[in-house]
Design a protein around this ligand. Sequence first.
Ligand SMILES: [Zn+2]
Length: 343
Amino acid sequence: MPKTSERAAKLHERGLVLDAHYDLLPLVLEKRRKGRNRVMEQDYLPAFRAGRVDGVVSSLFVSNDHLPEMGLRRTLDMIAALHAEMEESPGLLTLCRSVADIEAAKERGEFAVLLSLEGVDAIGNDLALLRILYELGVRGVGLVWSRRNYAGDGCFFNPVREGRKGGLTDFGVRVVEEAARLGMYVDVSHLNDEGVEDLLSFTDVPVMASHSNCRAIAPSMRNLTDEQIVRLAERGGVLGMNSCSTFVREDPKKNPVGPGELADHALHIKNLVGAKHVMLGFDFCDEMRDPSELAEGRYYDCVKGYEGSAAFTTALLERGFTDDEIAGVLGGNLLDFLRRTIG
Ligand SMILES: [Zn+2]
């Protein structure tokens, strides 16, 4: 029997490895704005290769600084950045619009990028624009980030001073229906509890949570309750395991957090609804932090980047996940979900 870390490395090598949430294009766009090009090739593909990661869903996250006026423009700029990168680094990366595209990319040895909104802020209150984003290759629709938009209310990372919250708006319900009609999937990460409840009661679409853990283990509102996880699973939903330490353990400054603590969330979901509802949603964000914080040892990410992602797989093996279950967590479960939503 090989050592668990060797088994983990083999599992990454053998199957398809996909991460359901990474702020890749927001990072790439910022660097391109400073005059760089071939950013993917130089800054990101080496880590993906080292971790044997075949593709990611890139968020099209728009920061508060750009809203509301620049939401659509930033979103289009991120998609333009991807096309420029594809042109500058031919044969290295590709925009995927379907499961067949992902499989073909893997076959050709190209890194697969899927696009997902992290909040529908870019379309304002204009449903017709969702169609345009679909035509540009966007396949995921996260309804909100941690703020309010025309579709609904986001949940916050920590309690804030605010009035009563709403659930999904009429526009939000129509966004969900239109997304399903077009062949886009819906993502509830960052949506508040009222919105999740509305989404599940107004519609019957399959729903994912691209980067949310279990509230039963870490009580952040960004994580899902057991009841929500059961209801998501009943309609074939999947949850991406988020490596941000504040969503892994309460008070991570006091409680050390590593890949094992994240794997505890995966195990909780496996015990609750089955391993086929678990996927990767690492949401790596140490790169976005102030270097002085990192110098002080204040890290967010409890898994050390894509190059270190097999440590999470090792932790799953240590918790009794079978090779088949892990192949699902690493990519198969997301692929199944996509097959049922975007096709
Ligand atoms: Zn997020």
